[in-house]
Design a protein around this ligand. Structure first.
Ligand code: ADP
Length: 169
């Protein structure tokens, strides 16, 4: 696989067992890692039935964050967002499944933790927008860009889920 999007991701999708299913990037932010919430967050995606196809712990660079948060550079909170996101390791994941981007955003909850519904990850585990525990891509296009920014194609594993027939018809 080359380094350039979209070829890298399309290659990955075409070689996956279920090319009709989409993928999304989820990241447990430094506060979530420090608060030992990684297991509980992964559990929510597993119990829903999504397939984990990539997982790693990373100390994120400002260069990566500048690309990841390209639309937020002019926001007044951007410098503190950079400090927050580089304050400790992040656990980055790629989840695959039917409608996974939209379902994941619903599972994660509102950006502003104060508005996030109970039962969502942010609604259950956070109080303030500046420490909202988890990131999730907000559209399929953004998910493709984010996955290829955070992961190499070789880091995504296409493995057989033995319960696939019980989750999808
Ligand atoms: P989301 O993470 O839900 O996609 P955004 O892309 O709008 O939301 O914002 C990216 C991240 O920037 C948020 O998850 C949060 O960590 C931070 N953020 C957003 N708005 C604020 C704010 N008003 N004050 C501090 N941090 C913020």
């Amino acid at each position: 696989c080359g380094l350039h999007w979209p070829n890298t991701l399309i290659d990955c999708l075409l070689t996956s067992s279920f090319p009709s299913l989409s993928m999304t990037l989820v990241a447990v932010k430094p506060d979530g890692v420090q608060r030992r919430l990684v297991g509980q967050i992964i559990k929510r995606f597993e119990q829903r039935g999504f397939r984990l196809v990539g997982l790693k712990m990373v100390q994120v660079s400002e260069e990566l964050l500048d690309q990841h948060y390209v639309s937020l550079h002019k926001k007044p909170f951007y410098p503190s967002l950079l400090r927050y996101m580089t304050s400790g390791p992040v656990v980055a994941m790629v989840w695959e499944g039917h409608n996974v981007v939209k379902s994941t955003r619903m599972l994660v909850g509102d950006t502003n933790s104060a508005e996030a519904m109970p039962g969502t990850l942010r609604g259950d585990f956070s109080i303030h927008v500046s420490r909202n525990v988890v990131h999730a891509s907000d559209s399929t296009e953004v998910a493709q860009k984010e996955i290829s920014l955070w992961f190499q194609c070789s880091e995504l594993i296409d493995w057989e889920c033995c319960d696939h027939g019980n989750i999808y018809h």
